[in-house]
Design a protein around this ligand. Sequence first.
Ligand SMILES: Nc1nc2c(ncn2[C@@H]2O[C@H](COP(=O)(O)OP(=O)(O)O)[C@@H](O)[C@H]2O)c(=O)[nH]1
Ligand SMILES: [Mg+2]
Length: 362
Amino acid sequence: MALFRKQKNTVGKFETPEQGVTFNEPQPETAAAATAPPHNNNEAQGTGESAATGGGSGFFGRARVALTDRLKRTKESFIGQIRAVIKAAGKVDEDLIEKIGEILIKADAGAQTTNRIVEKMRDYEARGSSPAELLDSFKKEIAAIIGQGEQRLALGQARPFVILVVGVNGTGKTTTIGKLAGQYRQQGHKVMMVAADTFRAAAIEQLEIWAKRTGSMFVSKSMGADPAGVVYDALEKSAAAGADIILVDTAGRLHTKTNLMEELKKIVRVAGKLLPGSPHEILLVLDATTGQNAISQARVFTKAIPITGLVMTKLDGTAKGGVLVGIRDIFATPVVKIGVGEGMDDLRDFDPNEFVEALFSE
Ligand SMILES: Nc1nc2c(ncn2[C@@H]2O[C@H](COP(=O)(O)OP(=O)(O)O)[C@@H](O)[C@H]2O)c(=O)[nH]1
Ligand SMILES: [Mg+2]
């Protein structure tokens, strides 16, 4: 499978060990690689209901599954129920509006967002809208909340273009980096992965597996090394190594620990000193299956460091997709990617219109 352009200079390792850059050829998909994503390194918390949803095989080779299938559980438990209560109601009244509010809360839209939507629905009640009109306006309301602002991850002019990926353990940082790398490699970019999660050896190994799989360069130091030091080394070598895009993986020890935030701030500082303007993007990865926790994580991280984009993972296989509505309502930071499965193409651009249509499709 000739997915990637052959590149010069991509075989073997640099001679001098202190350079610490490994060049990888993309590995052909083996049966093992196709079925087994790098093992889950969650240390502090489980990933809840993050079961892979199957569908196709292999990281590179999977057929793109329709978004509406990936969002099935949220669609059924959230919009499906809204539609059902509205259909069952003969008229729009307080009873119906309360039911809609309960469904929103259960779908993890959050109290603030739920109240706002419920108030809007009361306006429709006052105007004497029919149930059919109410469903239509509910859809418009959701579309307005999640559609506000520009939401995409664009590669700017800078080379190398540095993307720092942060978030709590188990949310999907390393996997997201793997998927991004796969996509950028397919577009012909030279990618460098940086293992700045030095907290556990397994985390470094997991990223290295992704580097091999996607044919990305890999920079690491030993376990326990200063994460900002690893980033410093990587950026220093990036020009000679010819990297176009640098993806930095970080540790995710619980967000309540201020030292993690200090560590991340230091990485940002060091990167900016060595390569002014970098990191060009700081992505916060949030796990949809954690519902309201995702919102509190977003609060903590956006306060501490200049997050430029949110990535919401595991929207497949969860009924808590309503959290995305709450996130879009509360935070000005755009959602730039969504994760809807284990394949490379399951990290998708977040297109609000497509998302709403997928949720509301019958
Ligand atoms: N179903 C599903 N699983 C995902 C998605 N993104 C990540 N995962 C899984 O979540 C688990 C934790 O991911 P990992 O990248 O190790 O998280 P990290 O600790 O933040 O680096 C792994 O088992 C991933 O395969 C997604 O979009 N959908
Ligand atoms: Mg990780």
